[in-house]
Design a protein around this ligand. Structure first.
Ligand SMILES: *[C@@H]1O[C@H](CO)[C@@H](O)[C@H](O)[C@H]1NC(C)=O
Ligand SMILES: *[C@@H]1O[C@H](CO)[C@@H](O)[C@H](O)[C@H]1NC(C)=O
Length: 412
């Protein structure tokens, strides 16, 4: 395989972040590419509350918050359990989804298996975030998503704009510090933020599911070495604009890629994401009606830089002068995870089959947290779990969610 194919493979590696739950899809349907021309994906046109929460007999409120750079984000609140009885001062919990999905991923299982509703039923005031560019968060004060400028952002911007806006909303509404739960990229932006000392004053604790900070071993799983040319490559294909996994260009790109380099995308997929042990096929069907969601191509480029460089840095503009212009330094600034306040209660749960949040990369993360107060760092390793099991696994309640509830309760 020539170096060009290696580059393409590394792009594919990234794309697989998109297709994690398609692993189950692959087993039931025999392929994983999104259906051509199905941009709606059968997604509900109603708001998320009506589509996925009220139907189960829970109250739900829709909120909107505008970031300081003009993005209008939708946020949902499940203020109390199905049985009601929500008094004042119920501890708020914010759920932050990963890349290429939206807040709906928390709501796809039946209520008794869904983290959002389990938390509500256990006395918590549950808030669900949806980052910029996802289905219910495509508004902007002046930019249209059809305008490439709308997509000029990476997860750095989620750290500096989306996360603070949503956390501020919850804080203002509840007048309490919140518990944070992130999955995948939702862990990355929290860790990056905490490492800069941001949001710590409004966050009581954080749960990190399938934590992603270092991604080096995602590449070794692929046998791929990413290169400096990578950034140029992916942006040449898609431009710095919307990366819509349900759109035709991405689907065609994947198909061509698989044919050109002569790999079996089905096997590659299994090889990468790891085998999710415990997904319900009805939930997977529902997932496919709702996800994946768009993100910025620039955001994926930034993630690929993390894969390539093995350190957690801000977006690399690819040349010393541009970096100097943006950061006042020739290299992008590093997020130093050892600066996360040592007394911040953390609960970290990771899976032995998770090829995206690879066990070795989680070790690197734990190593950077080695000076964390011992009694403030809870680590759970689940041998059979892969990436999607943490949000949609039928056994996640017993194995993970009950521990999360206990972890939060112990802090009150
Ligand atoms: C994207 O935003 C940066 C600032 O973060 C700006 O320097 C750059 O010109 C923008 N790029 C485009 C294509 O608008
Ligand atoms: C799978 O999901 C369906 C639909 O929500 C539900 O009726 C069924 O009980 C679930 N199966 C398991 C094993 O949880």
């Amino acid at each position: 395989m020539d170096s060009h194919s290696f580059l393409n493979l590394s792009i594919l590696a990234l794309l697989l972040i998109v297709f994690v739950p398609y692993q189950a899809f692959a087993s039931s349907r025999g392929h994983f590419l999104p259906q051509d021309g199905d941009d709606s994906g059968g997604a509900p046109s109603l708001g998320m509350c009506s589509a996925a929460v009220n139907v189960h007999g829970y109250k739900c409120q829709e909120f909107e918050v505008t970031t300081d750079d003009g993005y209008i984000l939708s946020v949902q609140r499940i203020p109390e359990g199905r049985a009601g009885g929500g008094g004042p001062n119920r501890p708020p919990v914010l759920l932050q989804h990963g890349v290429l999905v939206d807040g709906m991923t928390w709501l796809l299982n039946p209520p008794e298996q869904s983290l959002a509703m389990i938390l509500a039923d256990n006395g918590f005031d549950v808030w669900i975030s949806n980052i910029r560019g996802t289905r219910f968060s495509r508004g902007h004060v002046s930019l249209d998503p059809a305008n490439p400028e709308y997509w000029n952002w990476t997860w750095d911007d989620l750290v500096s704009h989306d996360l603070p806006s949503v956390i501020e909303l919850v804080f203002r509404q509840t007048r309490q510090k919140l518990h944070y739960v992130g999955h995948s990229m939702g862990t990355l932006i929290a860790l990056a933020s905490f490492s800069e000392g941001k949001q710590i004053d409004k966050v009581k604790s954080a749960v990190l599911l399938s934590p992603i900070a270092y991604l080096s071993h995602m590449t070794t799983a692929l046998g791929v070495v990413t290169s400096r040319a990578f950034v140029g490559e992916i942006t040449t294909i898609f431009g710095l604009a919307e990366f819509n996994p349900k759109g035709e260009p991405v689907a065609n790109f994947l198909k061509t890629l698989c044919t050109t380099i002569g790999i079996d995308c089905y096997d590659l997929l299994s090889a990468f994401t790891g085998r999710n042990c415990c997904l319900n096929s009805s939930t997977v069907e529902l997932f496919l009606k709702n996800e994946p969601q768009s993100t910025a191509t620039k955001n994926l480029v930034h993630m690929s830089q993390t894969v390539r460089d093995g350190v957690l840095s801000k977006y690399d503009y690819g040349n010393a002068n541009f970096n100097l212009e943006h950061y006042g330094e020739t290299r992008p600034p590093v997020y130093d995870l050892s600066k996360i306040p040592r007394d911040l209660p953390l609960f970290l749960s990771y899976g032995g089959q998770d090829a995206l949040s690879d066990v070795k990369d989680v070790s690197s993360l734990l190593d950077s947290l080695k000076l964390h107060d011992v009694d403030k760092l809870h680590v759970q390793y689940i041998k059979d779990f892969a990436h999607a099991d943490f949000i949609m696994g039928v056994t996640a309640k017993d194995i993970v969610y009950n521990q999360i509830v206990a972890f939060f309760r112990n802090l009150h």
